[in-house]
Design a protein around this ligand. Structure first.
Ligand SMILES: Nc1ncnc2c1ncn2[C@@H]1O[C@H](COP(=O)(O)OP(=O)(O)OP(=O)(O)O)[C@@H](O)[C@H]1O
Ligand SMILES: [Mg+2]
Length: 167
């Protein structure tokens, strides 16, 4: 199974992927590590302190791999069987990212990205696999989220309605 986990920073991709990889016995690829290690980037953006990922190189790297969990901000660009999009309330994202040594600007940029469903929309529009899983992690433990994902795989997908702009 090729399973990708995407979502705004702080939604819990790394945390969930670790538990899921043990349960499903699949090797795990953290995309920020892989992009650096294998030089799958075009350039380095000094302002954002981040690599600009070369999507073609990223896809090429996973081309001959058929059993994996790939997790990261660009995971939805990798061809996969199961695409998981983790969502979390903007306030939850803010609290989680404040714990890191991010600038207020970087925290708020990510909070806003989650609020307008930036990553989820991109993921949905790019998806061409079999199983799409879109879930709210806000009031769930990582273990619970993993169970929901496994249930989603069995059911052929789960798309929770999530709209942070409403109400
Ligand atoms: N379901 C959850 N409930 C409570 N806390 C969580 C949950 N999932 C993750 N966390 C906590 O939130 C923080 C962010 O989680 P994590 O690092 O897994 O996010 P991420 O999506 O991988 O972020 P990034 O994109 O920056 O790598 C961590 O401190 C983690 O322990
Ligand atoms: Mg992470």
């Amino acid at each position: 199974m090729r399973l990708c986990i995407t979502g705004t920073p702080g939604t819990g991709k790394t945390t969930v992927a670790k538990i899921l990889s043990e349960k499903l016995r699949l090797p795990i690829y953290n995309l920020s590590d892989i992009v650096k290690e294998k030089k799958l980037y075009k350039s380095f953006d000094e302002g954002r302190d981040a690599f600009i990922v070369d999507i073609e190189k990223l896809r090429e790297f996973f081309k001959d791999k058929h059993r994996f969990i790939a997790e990261g901000l660009v995971a939805h660009y990798i061809p996969c069987d199961v695409l998981v999009v983790l969502r979390a309330k903007p306030d939850v994202i803010r609290e989680r990212l404040k714990e890191r040594n991010y600038t207020t600007e970087k925290v708020e940029e990510n909070v806003e990205a989650e609020r307008i469903a930036y990553c989820a929309t991109e993921a949905f529009e790019n998806f061409s696999g079999k199983v799409f899983i879109h879930i709210d992690t806000s009031n769930r433990t990582p273990e619970k989220i993993v169970n929901v994902i496994i249930e989603g795989v069995k059911r052929g997908g789960i798309v929770e309605e999530i709209d942070w702009l409403e109400g």
